[in-house]
Ligand binder design. Structure first.
Ligand SMILES: *Cc1c(COP(=O)(O)O)cnc(C)c1O
Length: 378
């Protein structure tokens, strides 16, 4: 037997009590027992998103809620800005283009955060921009984008909204939807929400719901207005992923118990320790200026292929993520989100030290494990 460690930025490990809840016999989704569960889930999601609005739930991966956002809020020809600084930023851009939106791409160097001034200038110059589409945390590069500052720009404009893919943001760091004026917040189940893949979520501000009424693109399963009407009656429009919803209730109660502030503080502590450990090893962070607390992207040291680091770790039972596209082989990514604690970080660093030694990397600095442990002890 070889024990397996899942340290990639999604899917992430699922806590035992959540697995157990999901193993219970299926409840019928129109039965009163389900309505009770769903009512609790709806309330917990509002707490998680920090909103008074309804959080819609769909049976799909996170991308479903992204696609749903495009077809529910916009019309062909609408001008939108897409912040393209990684795989997921590209996804916004691609989705917009497929549905005939006029997408203005802001190409951001991978590993960097978008500059707010650049968005401000573009909004000024273009005039009739309907939306800024961005990530809170660009999982492919380990970058945190300045969502709050962008929302300050869109908030003053009656006809512009900010759409946030927060799939590795919600449940990792603070993104108070109502307080910051975020118009659309999207997430998925298999990252910080400690669930298997299969649920997508979207919450819309009143301003975004106005966009929904004006949209002319067709939709069927991802019909946000229909889902809202059903949710307000305590129902789902179609058969929900019942077992995942039952698991979600458990997750939301865990989050409530830890408190959202506690969840965010834990992620901040884990991320700080991971980054400290990586630098102690003499390695370089890929996104040193605006690192996300969900995942740490690390530059592969000179002479070592990042994919070999991933493969060597996999041979030890440790799953991390490599780089994608043009950074494939150049970086690797260690996750610390969701059901993650101090010893996951220490395990990741210990395994990494071993893998690098096996690959012939001379550990220039100190032990990453001791450096991270000192953060935890301080
Ligand atoms: C995981 C992820 C997605 C969605 O991916 P799915 O595979 O469709 O769940 C989108 N954006 C970000 C930032 C992600 O991390």
């Amino acid at each position: 037997m070889q024990k397996q460690y899942l340290l990639a930025p999604g899917p992430t490990p699922v806590p035992p009590q959540v697995l157990q809840a999901m193993a219970l016999p299926i409840v019928h989704h129109r039965a009163p027992a389900y309505k009770e569960i769903f009512a609790e889930v709806r309330e917990g999601l509002r707490y998680l998103f920090q909103t008074e609005q309804e959080v819609l739930v769909f049976a799909s991966s996170g991308t479903g809620a992204m696609e749903g956002t495009i077809i529910n809020l916009f019309s062909p020809g609408d001008k939108v800005i897409a912040v393209r600084g990684g795989k997921f930023g590209e996804r916004w851009s691609d989705l917009g283009k497929i549905y005939g939106l006029q997408v203005i791409d802001i190409d951001v160097e991978w590993g960097q955060a978008v500059k707010v001034a650049e968005i401000a200038a573009l909004l000024e110059r273009e005039g009739d921009v309907k939306a800024v589409l961005m990530q809170a945390s660009e999982t492919s590069t380990g970058v945190m984008h300045p969502v709050r500052e962008v929302a300050e720009l869109t908030r003053e404009r009656e006809d512009t909204i900010v759409v946030v893919d927060a799939i590795t943001g919600v449940g990792v760091f603070a993104l108070p939807m109502d307080e910051w004026g975020l118009d659309v917040v999207v997430t998925g189940s298999q990252k910080a929400l400690m669930l298997p893949p299969g649920l997508a979520f979207a919450a819309l501000s009143q301003k975004a719901w106005k966009f929904n009424r004006d949209s002319t693109l067709p939709c069927y399963y991802f019909d946000f207005a229909k889902e809202l009407k059903n949710a307000e009656k305590g129902q789902n429009a179609y058969t929900p992923a019942v077992s995942l919803i039952v698991g979600l209730r458990e997750v939301l109660s865990m989050i409530k118990e830890e408190t959202l502030a506690g969840v965010h503080a834990r992620h901040a502590r884990l991320a700080t320790a991971m980054r400290t450990g990586i630098e102690a090893l003499g390695l370089e962070l890929f996104a040193p200026d605006a690192p996300s607390n969900a995942v740490t992207a690390v530059k592969a040291p000179a002479g070592i292929d990042g994919q070999d680091v991933v493969k060597t770790l996999r041979g030890m039972g440790v799953t991390i993520a490599g780089g994608q596209d043009h950074v494939k082989g150049k970086i690797f990514r260690l996750a610390h989100l969701g059901y993650a604690g101090e010893f996951d970080v220490l395990t990741a660093l210990a395994a990494l030290e071993r893998a690098l030694a096996e690959l012939g990397y001379e550990l220039a600095g100190r032990s990453g494990v001791s450096a991270a442990r000192e953060i935890f002890q301080s």
